[in-house]
Ligand binder design. Structure first.
Ligand code: ADP
Ligand code: MG
Length: 543
């Protein structure tokens, strides 16, 4: 038998698509404030968003007559006819957010327009209007959402706990702040200020407030290129060097001002950056992509976070060109010498049998290997190069290709308390990264096998040092990748270690000339190439 769902139940199901977690409420409310023309927006969060989400704006407010209507399904002031769906300029347009939020929480809306003599307060309980009364407030709107999912224990179960939800909220607010640098956005978590952007329209300044002052000098604005035509315009600001992170969390993609997620565009960014950041590092970057509104479909997903692009390949190409020209023209610290003068990208013109056929000429300062390859002369940072080789070997373990070395008797590795806690919680990640280990008492690990790549590189000390570093940093998104990076770093040859010619040959053989051009660590180059072309130019041999 088919039955119609009671309206309240239907509303909750629909709400689930829009309001998945506290961060979704924050997104909808802040987007409404942006659409209302606010110049200052403050977000206050208590209890991971379950106790309170409050968004205060100085936008145009809601007319008293419109107030109850705003909470009705498919009521929106932003979409007038069907045709408007093709040219959506505002962030909201479905008229779904407020009723959805009111279906899963109590909402209090305090708002005032310029024309109104005073403010009004509307109270929503259980999806229904409970009260409307005059109140006091300057022009703007305050939305308070209390007891989110209080009646939905099943939904609460899927949440990640207070700090997890706070993390999502911070990421959400950061993206919104970066999409609107002209708006001063402040986020407070349980009264503590977590984020504050100046709202002066300067994108780089907003990025520095989100990701830390230290990155400011490693940011370069993307200048539009007339050659891209008017189908696609790419703007934004790109990070390099210190402005990289061990995760992709620093990448913000905007399409026509809307924050979006797109595997294709993320891949385009990864590809364009590949030769310019170390494996496992990702740039802090905002890409502001503009296409004619008819070329983008934002209406593919209720959360509006995914878009469909009509000319995806053209956008892909424009993004890659924008990244290359911006980084090539960046005046800040960058490995200029990796960028060959001919192709602009340091990729040897042809790849042939000489790969892994580098000829060692010597070692300089106990730190740099001097070698000759097909493209010219390389100065190779031995620590960075070794780190890269080890990372590749550890990486191979992920596909089960890498060997382990088992101990006849398990070894006991003593750890400081916090490192031990990290190890206990992530034995699976250790296993995936090549260490067979189990917790042993409170402050130690029992290790049965180590990755073969680290077997003769003090694997146990490397493990202890890496876990100690992990205990001091924010939990990574990808434990396995982070562990592999730390293992590689802690076991690689140091600067200052004298290397025999055979050791240098073995190291460079494993890397190959093509890889040398691709690996930089933390914005430092692994190798500097003096290309034949450059040498000829320096010596005045070019006619
Ligand atoms: P949508 O944003 O898709 O139009 P919402 O349910 O998010 O739908 O909001 C419904 C309507 O309420 C909006 O169209 C707008 O007119 C009004 N509104 C919501 N929040 C605000 C705000 N902060 N300031 C002014 N108007 C608002
Ligand atoms: Mg909205």
């Amino acid at each position: 038998m088919i039955r119609r769902l009671p309206p309240a139940v239907a509303a909750r199901i629909a709400a689930g698509e829009v309001i998945e977690r506290p961060a979704s409420v924050v997104k909808e409310l802040v987007e409404n404030a942006i659409d209302a023309g606010a110049s200052r927006i403050t977000v206050e969060i208590e209890g991971g968003g379950l106790d309170l989400i409050r968004v205060v704006d100085d936008g145009h407010g809601i007319l008293p007559d419109d107030l109850p209507i705003a909470f009705e399904r498919h009521a929106t002031s932003k979409l007038v006819s069907d045709d408007d769906l093709d040219s959506i300029a505002t962030l909201g347009f479905r008229g779904e957010a407020l009723p959805s939020i009111a279906a899963v929480a109590d909402v209090d809306c305090l708002t005032r327009t310029t024309e109104a003599p005073h403010a009004w307060r509307l109270g929503m309980r259980g999806g229904r209007v409970e009260s409307v009364e005059p109140a006091a407030r300057a022009v703007g709107t305050t939305m308070s959402v209390v007891g989110l999912f209080a009646d939905l224990p099943a939904r609460r179960k899927f949440l990640r706990g207070k700090s997890g939800e706070n993390g999502q909220i911070v990421a959400q607010v950061a993206s919104l702040a970066l999409s609107c640098p002209r708006i001063g956005l402040t986020l407070r978590l349980d009264g503590r200020r977590a984020l504050e952007t100046p709202g002066d329209g300067d994108l780089a300044a907003a990025m520095a407030s989100v990701h830390g002052r230290g990155i400011a000098e490693y940011l370069a604005p993307v200048e539009p290129d007339p050659a891209d035509g008017d189908r696609v315009q790419v703007g934004g600001c790109l990070g390099w060097g210190e402005a990289t992170l061990p995760t992709r969390a620093g990448l913000t993609l905007l399409v026509n001002g809307r924050w979006v997620q797109s595997r294709t565009l993320t891949y385009a960014v990864d590809e364009a950056y590949r030769t310019l950041v170390q494996v496992g590092r990702f740039p802090v970057a905002v890409l502001d992509i503009r296409v004619p509104s008819g070329d983008v479909d934002v209406n593919v997903h209720p959360r509006k976070s995914e878009v469909r692009l009509l000319h995806e390949r053209a956008v892909f190409g424009a993004v890659q060109r924008a990244i290359r020209r911006t980084l090539a023209g960046f005046a800040g610290p960058r490995p200029t010498t990796l960028l060959g003068p001919d192709d602009g990208y340091g990729q040897p013109a042809e790849q042939g049998s000489w790969i892994s056929g580098l000829r060692i000429l010597g070692q300089a300062g106990g730190t740099y290997i001097i070698a000759e390859g097909a493209a010219g002369i390389y100065l190779v940072d031995q620590h960075a190069a070794h780190e890269r080789v080890l990372f590749e070997q550890l990486h191979a373990a992920w596909d089960g290709r890498q060997e382990r070395q088992s101990f006849l008797e398990p070894a006991i590795v003593e750890l400081p308390a916090r490192a031990a806690a990290v190890a206990r919680a992530h034995v699976d990640a250790l296993e995936a990264a090549g260490f067979e280990a189990e917790p042993f008492g409170d402050g130690a690990l029992l290790v049965r096998a180590v990755p073969a790549a680290l077997a003769d590189r003090g694997a146990l000390a490397v493990l202890a040092e890496s876990l100690a570093s992990l205990a001091d940093e924010a939990p990574p998104d990808d434990w396995r990748a982070r562990l592999a990076i730390l293992f590689a770093c802690h076991s690689a040859t140091r600067a200052g270690d004298r290397l025999a010619t055979e050791e240098m040959t073995a190291l460079l053989d494993q890397l190959g000339e093509a890889d040398l051009c691709q690996a930089c660590s933390h914005g430092r180059p692994t190798a500097i190439l003096l290309s034949h072309h450059q040498l000829a130019r320096e010596f005045g041999r070019l006619s």
